[in-house]
Design a protein around this ligand. Structure first.
Ligand code: NAP
Length: 523
């Protein structure tokens, strides 16, 4: 471990710093301190982004008073210059003066960028260390490259922590960062992570791979860096304080995945059942990138979503016969032999809610709208249970092909008004993200049950029309919970806590709807 001269850290800092430092920013001094006050109840480690203030020096007397009242809080003062990716537009001399005053006010850590350190005399930076610990930082806003070379340059400047923050443009960039941390953290006190949506792996796993701590945002909309996760999510969703060498890594892989509810539902299930595992959203722009990450991290299981449900199959060691028949895989598990096996739990997600409601699926007349991945899971699963399946798809040829493969029937839209079904299943994306669109008109809904696989919004236009026609409705959230529950069972061998899973996902959907509504009001 680098032991820099004049190391005051033992008396300045607690023996073990918290794993999460919350980055706090505000446009005025009063608001910054107000936020720090509110946060300090649950967070004893805060970074004050002084560079977000138009006159940073003015906040320092308030910082001193804050620390008199909150002696246990460790504050990091950061006044990053615009040239290094921050907002401070003053000279290096004024940056150092502000940081020096911040140290005098009681901030126990001062962040100085490498770009500043190389442009001033070594004594100027070292002087800051007479009162506080020094984090020497470097940010790469483009990629994750030359980490060793950057560290070598940084080591020319004695510091207490060397912080290297890069940008993940691929999932594999996390692998590069994690291997770097594992290699170097025995020798130096490092803080390392990747920014960007794809950097989530490094933000959650970095602390157990050698990063002394990581950064989090105050909450959604308050990020000071791209891809920053809120402190609350890091602690309660990803359980960062418990991540250790035995923690198994799972994730949902697709493009896009930023709106996926899977991390919410799966992490809740792991927490509830005391499974030492963490589940991440893996934004994979290519399968090659995903498979590198799966091999190197290593990842123990995946939920596969669009557009990889079909194309993942050749990358797996094997898949069960049902999955091969459907030609789509939504679940990957790493077996004890290290091999990757594919399953399709979408079928369970569709069949289980129907089996709960219908006495039997044998002979039930079921119309499936769509012929994509979800429709295929429905059609093959229902046929296996003896249902009489009808298919209606926008592209007639695709619908007819699926009907032939599964020995189902295809129907024409104009015939719908004359036909009656036990169940209609919407397996198209129509109705997703709005309450206006429906795949069927009211008169076309002649069924006892209508199952909309779309789950956001919870009450789609199709379900509303179906209710008005007197049908019983099954919301898409039921499929979501059942397919996730089955994945949990495959991965852990334990029964899934379905009720808890349903509740967290309903809550998340409500919160999203409320955020969207307040966004509409303010815009
Ligand atoms: P997919 O493979 O892309 O298939 C989409 C199907 O919908 C295709 O048959 C397509 O017809 C049809 N379609 C697309 N846009 C249409 C439009 N504007 N008008 C009419 N038909 C249209 O997608 P998927 O994976 O099967 O998913 C379908 C939907 O199911 C998703 O949007 C999602 O909401 C839902 N889903 C829900 C869950 C859950 O857990 N609740 C799980 C998986 C999927 P063409 O053949 O003509 O392109």
């Amino acid at each position: 471990m680098t032991s820099a001269p004049g190391n005051f850290l033992p008396r300045l800092l607690p023996r073990r710093l918290p794993r999460v430092c919350v980055a706090v920013s505000a446009s005025d001094a009063a608001q910054l301190i107000e936020k720090a006050e509110a946060l300090s109840r649950d967070n004893s480690f805060l970074e004050l982004r002084l560079d977000y203030l138009s006159r940073p020096a003015l906040v320092l007397p308030r910082v001193r008073r804050f620390l008199e009242l909150h002696a246990g809080t460790v504050l990091v003062a950061t006044c990053r210059r615009a040239a290094s990716g921050g907002k401070f537009r003053g000279s290096i001399a004024s940056q150092l003066e502000i940081l020096s005053k911040a140290a005098a006010a009681g901030c126990r850590l001062i962040d100085v960028e490498l770009q500043t350190a190389v442009r001033c005399k070594p004594q100027q930076v070292q002087k800051l260390r007479s009162r506080s610990g020094l984090i020497l930082s470097f940010h790469d806003f483009r990629g994750t490259k030359k980490l060793d070379e950057t560290l070598r340059k940084m080591l020319a400047h004695p510091a207490d922590f060397y912080k290297i923050v890069s940008t993940a443009t691929t999932l594999s960039d996390n692998v590069t960062m994690i291997k770097f941390l594992e290699r170097e953290s025995d020798k130096h006190s490092l803080v390392g992570l990747c920014m960007g949506e794809q950097g989530i792996i490094s933000r959650v796993l970095g602390v157990h791979c050698g990063s002394v701590f990581t950064f989090a945002s105050v909450g959604p909309g308050e990020e000071t860096a791209p891809g920053q996760v809120s402190a609350q999510a890091l602690r309660t969703v990803y359980r960062i304080e418990q991540v250790d060498a035995a923690t198994r890594v799972y994730g949902v892989a697709g493009d896009p995945v930023s709106h996926s509810l899977s991390p919410t539902i799966m992490n809740a299930a792991f927490r509830r059942e005391n499974v030492n595992a963490v589940y991440l959203a893996l934004h994979a722009k290519s399968l090659k990138d995903l498979m590198t990450c799966v091999r190197e991290i290593p990842v123990h299981g995946l939920s596969i979503t669009m557009p990889y449900k079909q194309s993942i199959l050749p990358h797996l060691d094997n898949a069960d016969s049902h999955t091969n028949r459907i030609g789509a895989c939504n679940t990957v598990v790493r077996a004890q032999d290290g091999k990757l096996y594919g399953f399709n739990t979408d079928t369970s997600g569709i069949v289980r809610p129907l089996e709960r409601r219908l006495s039997t699926l044998e002979g039930a007349r079921i119309l499936v709208l769509g012929a994509g991945g979800a429709a295929r899971a429905a059609v093959f699963g229902l046929k296996e249970r003896g249902a009489e399946v009808y298919i209606l798809n926008r592209s007639t040829a695709t619908g007819q092909k699926l009907a032939r493969q599964a020995r189902a029937r295809s129907v024409k839209r104009q015939d719908l008004k004359k036909l009656a079904f036990d169940v209609i299943i919407n397996a198209t994306p129509i109705g997703m993200g709005n309450t206006r669109e429906s795949p069927l008109q009211e008169q076309e809904i002649n069924a006892r049950f209508v199952f909309d696989l779309v789950y956001d919004p919870a009450e789609t236009r199709l379900l509303k029309l179906a209710r008005e026609r007197g049908a019983q409705v099954i919301p898409g959230i039921e499929m979501f919970v059942h397919q996730a529950a089955r994945q949990f069972e495959i991965w852990t061998g334990k029964p899934a806590p379905q009720e808890e899973m349903l509740q967290v996902v309903l809550l998340e959907l409500q919160e999203r709807a409320a955020r969207a509504a307040s966004g509409r009001k303010t815009s």
